[in-house]
Write a protein that binds this ligand. Sequence first.
Ligand SMILES: [Zn+2]
Length: 160
Amino acid sequence: MICLKCFHDKTRIVNSRQNKKYPATWRRHACTRCGHSFTTYEKPVIHLPVLSKENNINNFSIGKLIISIARSFNHDKKAADFYSYDLANTVQDKLLFLQNKHTISAQDIAKITHSTLQSFDQIAALQYAAQHNLITSQRKRRGRPSFYYPENDPGHSSQQ
Ligand SMILES: [Zn+2]
């Protein structure tokens, strides 16, 4: 890789580490001319056809996902600005494992995004669920909404 500072055409990899959970590698590069060092992350390119509600196939778009995550942070615009991209990347990492297994639906992505948001910000998760029709019932006494996950529904025919 060329040097970020002096554009010399050769840098050495001085350190690298594989992520234990995801197909990603962290590398530290050092320029053989000026000595400048910098970090890169290597990840597979995601190619994931997604089945929409209207039965169209579209390629997975991280841009769309970032926007829909940002929309669930209406209560905290700063968090939307700072975390939407990283949260979308976390979801994308999870989707990498599914890309060769079966046809994935927009609803599957919504479900994975929702569970990712739940471990980060409960309010954002709730807003996201409301925007993506993941809430099916609200028990008035306890006030705890339940979430609709397609695989728990015996009437749901999964796209294999
Ligand atoms: Zn250099």
